[in-house]
Design a protein around this ligand. Structure first.
Ligand code: NAD
Length: 478
């Protein structure tokens, strides 16, 4: 769906939507008007057209890279490949990055980029040429660099594109020792970090887990603990949707009852086996013919099935006034950016549906990107220095425990207790702590000012406060 569409009189332009959310949250914060304007504006947008040879002809591609706020450097945000990419969308997504980074205390400004094309219609070779050419354009105008602007994956891009970007940047800036830090979301063998690929889905899992720890909040929304056994419906079976579905079902005991994709979806009230569905889709390229459930004909059906938690993990403006009254979930966990229109969001809140807002819930990706960036700058893998020492202390502790109780431990328990943390353990622990702290901060903001109305507005308020503080501390706005 193109984000400029109007639905039932709703303005579905994401830039306007983000601006309205900002204004609502900023209204009573006591931040000076001039400073609010500075925070809200998009500082710089680079628009580029470039030709790439496709078969026996040249095709012109349109791309953008927006830097919403440079109050912290570098700026950070994904690169999107989609036919729906527009300048407004890129600017809006860059703004969301600014607020998201502030919410999870990641010291970056917000950025976003995109190229307007559907990568599925091109060969791998062609996507590589388009990606490398776009990177050259970014280098030319100083819109990429470890201390300037650091892209990451988003819709339609992944590890492979990030590796091409890193390689192109490195070729154009010879001798720069930190060049790998020019982009995150790279394969582990190319300077990536373990846990980044699944980080946004993991963050979604941790955010939902955190929400389920507050029994009194859940009660107000017609939900109850535990998370185990809750029925989940997921729209979009890409990076974020797949990982969120996988972790919620295999680690939290949720039942994923529906998964929706562009070509329809699968429904099974007994629960879908996510590994089998992924294997089927990878093999056939479609959800169709999956034996573990019945088919949903229309991609939108997944939003309307009977479930407890709805996880939109595909595109913006999926829940609008047109379909909001048919949404049956008690919790909408916004894994995608901007999946719920403001009017639909208001309608859901009035009905008591708990919305975990995108600017908080999908911040896992940028959090672990931050870990990857610091790893690239320090040139050493997390855990390398301390793992063995950690194990030596643990061995001593287990030995002392065995001696004082007079009972040797069984081998499995001994191994579990002795093993020091690997990179992925440290990454996940850092991510979980970050998601917990951010949720608590948003919740406190909400409880201290119920006039904010919902967690989304509270999350914006937290973000605006932090960005305002940082400008003030810089001495820019006394
Ligand atoms: P992706 O390209 O890996 O996956 C998106 C999936 O959604 C694809 O499988 C696509 O076929 C499917 N899809 C597209 N239109 C659909 C429709 N109408 N109905 C159902 N499915 C549809 O992208 P992703 O990285 O998983 O990103 C998904 C969302 O999460 C986007 O909104 C993105 O901005 C947001 N996000 C991603 C990250 C990240 O780290 N990748 C971080 C933060 C936010």
């Amino acid at each position: 769906m193109v984000n400029h569409a109007k639905s039932n009189g709703e303005d579905l332009n994401l830039w306007n939507i983000v601006g309205r959310e900002f204004d609502k949250a900023a209204a009573n914060l006591g931040v000076p008007e001039g400073l609010l304007q500075q925070i809200k504006a998009c500082n710089a947008v680079y628009y580029v057209q470039f030709p790439v040879r496709i078969g026996d002809r040249y095709e012109i591609f349109q791309g953008w890279r927006a830097e919403h706020s440079q109050h912290r450097k570098p700026t950070k945000g994904g690169i999107r490949y989609s036919e729906a990419v527009t300048q407004d969308e890129v600017m809006a997504l860059a703004a969301l990055m600014t607020y998201k980074c502030a919410i999870v205390d990641v010291p970056f400004g917000g950025s976003k980029g995109g190229i307007c094309f559907n990568p599925k219609k091109y060969t791998r070779d062609q996507v590589e040429r388009i990606t490398r050419r776009y990177t050259v354009e970014l280098v030319r105008k100083n819109f990429i660099g470890p201390g300037i602007n650091v892209p990451a994956p988003d819709l339609g891009t992944g590890e492979q594109e990030m590796a091409w970007i890193a390689d192109t940047y490195d070729a154009l800036t010879p001798g720069q020792i930190d060049s790998l830090a020019c982009v995150t979301g790279k394969p582990v063998t190319q300077g990536g970090i373990r846990g980044r690929k699944e980080a946004t889905g993991r963050g979604v899992q941790y955010g939902i887990r955190e929400a389920f720890k507050h029994a009194e909040d859940l009660k107000r929304h017609g939900l109850s603990s535990p998370l185990e056994g809750k029925r989940v419906s997921v729209q979009g079976f890409g990076n974020v949707g797949y990982h969120a579905a996988k972790f919620l079902s295999t680690e939290d005991g949720c039942r994923v009852v529906a998964v929706g994709e562009v070509d329809g979806g699968v429904y099974n009230p007994e629960g879908i086996d996510i590994a089998q569905l992924a294997e089927h889709r990878n093999r056939t390229g479609s959800m169709k013919g999956f034996p573990g459930g019945r088919m949903l004909d229309r991609p939108q059906d997944v939003l309307e099935v009977d479930c407890d938690i709805l996880v939109p993990a595909a595109l913006e403006n999926q829940i609008t006034l047109e379909n909001v009254d048919r949404v049956r979930a008690r919790m909408v966990a916004e894994a995608a950016n901007g999946p719920t229109s403001p009017e639909a969001s208001e309608r859901l809140s009035k009905r008591g549906v708990l919305i975990l807002p995108d600017i908080y819930l999908n911040a896992g990706g940028v959090t672990v990107s931050y870990f990857e960036w610091t790893k690239n700058l320090s040139h050493i893998r997390y855990g390398r220095m301390e793992k063995r020492l950690d194990e030596i202390y643990r061995e001593k502790m287990v030995g002392a425990l065995e001696q004082s109780t007079g009972h040797p431990m069984n081998e499995r328990m001994r191994r579990e207790l002795i093993q020091g943390a690997d990179e992925v353990d440290l990454v996940n622990s850092g991510l979980e702590g970050t998601m917990q702290n951010a949720y608590r901060e948003i919740r406190e903001q909400f409880l201290s000012d119920p006039g904010l109305g919902d967690l989304r507005t509270a999350a914006f308020a937290v973000a605006i406060r932090k960005v305002a503080r940082s400008y003030t501390e810089m001495g820019v706005f006394p």
